[in-house]
Design a protein around this ligand. Structure first.
Ligand SMILES: NC(=O)c1ccc[n+]([C@@H]2O[C@H](COP(=O)([O-])OP(=O)(O)OC[C@H]3O[C@@H](n4cnc5c(N)ncnc54)[C@H](OP(=O)(O)O)[C@@H]3O)[C@@H](O)[C@H]2O)c1
Length: 290
């Protein structure tokens, strides 16, 4: 008989995310071990406990999930986990990173855009593009080959994001724009077919008068789930809703795909013991299932 599936949740926050725990249970995980406040120095024994307990043929029934509100801290934990896996001896378990839902949310948003636009030919604007979600959205869009403008209140922060994307995506066509106030929106939006807003919760980034004036705009996606919306006139529940001849998605409209993707990614962890599910892999999964 197969051993039970075990998901070991390493969360960088003091209390392991209840959201991630509920999704794990709903995805069918049989045993969930949750650890909070996990620091890099804690990782080695936690990984060893996973890889030295079951035989190589059973290790696909154990997996690690890294979460918490601090995405950079999650990335550090992922790097630390990878240091302690022993692939040369087949002593590995699959790992997924989804701190703050950044990977699943960004993948779901870009997947939504791809249903309406050929992203290899799309000019896009990502507002709030310096946050973890916005950075990932911009990276996925750049990988498709379109031109991506990344907006920030501080242009040098957007420039740093552009540099990071160019370092990982060969030939990335990315440009930083300063969006100090909404009055900068018309210039940033010029020639854009797609806008994604990934600003902080409850921050209006794009007033209606600006997006309605952009004649090229075809699709707009707002990821902010806390009213007021990031794009004025987009409702939380919008899912491919026509708003003044622009296809609109709100945070909950994208959220249903995000949830489906999150559960599917958890299940994928148990397919083999070697998967590392970060943004690119989670987006590839979105392209297959959503
Ligand atoms: N729908 C879903 O399923 C889902 C899941 C996860 C997250 N989310 C949402 O996705 C959004 C992005 O998440 P995140 O974690 O990447 O966000 P974040 O780091 O909190 O903020 C993103 C960016 O917003 C800008 N910003 C912050 N405060 C601002 C203000 N007062 N005025 C204007 N701009 C401001 C900042 O950019 P600059 O300082 O560079 O301008 C920041 O880098 C959030 O609204 C989050 O709630 C949705």
């Amino acid at each position: 008989m197969d051993k039970p599936t075990i998901l070991v949740q390493l969360d960088t926050d003091p209390h392991p995310s209840t959201f991630d725990r509920v999704v794990a249970v709903d995805a069918g995980v049989q045993q969930l071990f949750s650890y909070g406040g996990v620091k890099p120095a804690d990782v080695m024994p936690l990984v060893h406990g996973c890889i030295f307990t079951r035989g190589p043929k059973e290790l696909h029934r154990t997996a690690l999930f890294i979460g918490g509100s601090d995405v950079a801290a999650g990335e550090t934990l992922l790097a630390e986990v990878q240091k302690h896996l022993l692939p040369a001896y087949k002593l590995t378990v699959s790992v997924m990173l989804d701190s703050n839902g950044a990977n699943t949310t960004a993948a779901a948003a870009v997947r939504a855009a791809s249903r309406h636009l050929d992203l290899s030919q799309t000019s896009a604007l990502v507002l709030g593009g310096t946050g973890p979600v916005g950075q990932r959205v911009a990276r996925l869009l750049a990988r498709h080959g379109g031109h991506v403008r990344i907006g920030s209140r501080q242009k040098d922060r957007a420039e740093a994001v552009c540099r990071a994307i160019r370092a990982t995506v060969r030939g990335a066509n990315v440009e930083a724009v300063g969006t100090v106030s909404s009055s900068d929106a018309p210039a940033a939006l010029e020639g854009r077919q797609l806008v994604v807003t990934a600003g902080a919760p409850g921050v209006l980034l794009l007033p209606r008068k600006h997006w309605t004036a952009c004649t090229d705009l075809q699709v707009m996606i707002d990821l902010n789930g806390v009213p007021p919306a990031g794009i004025e006139g987009v409702e939380l529940t919008d899912k491919a809703v026509n708003r003044e001849e622009v296809i609109a998605y709100g945070a909950l409209g994208v959220g249903s795909t995000k949830m489906k993707l999150h559960k599917a990614a958890i299940l994928e962890l148990f397919e083999k013991n070697t998967a590392i599910l970060d943004i690119e892999e989670i987006y590839a999964l979105a392209q297959r299932i959503a």
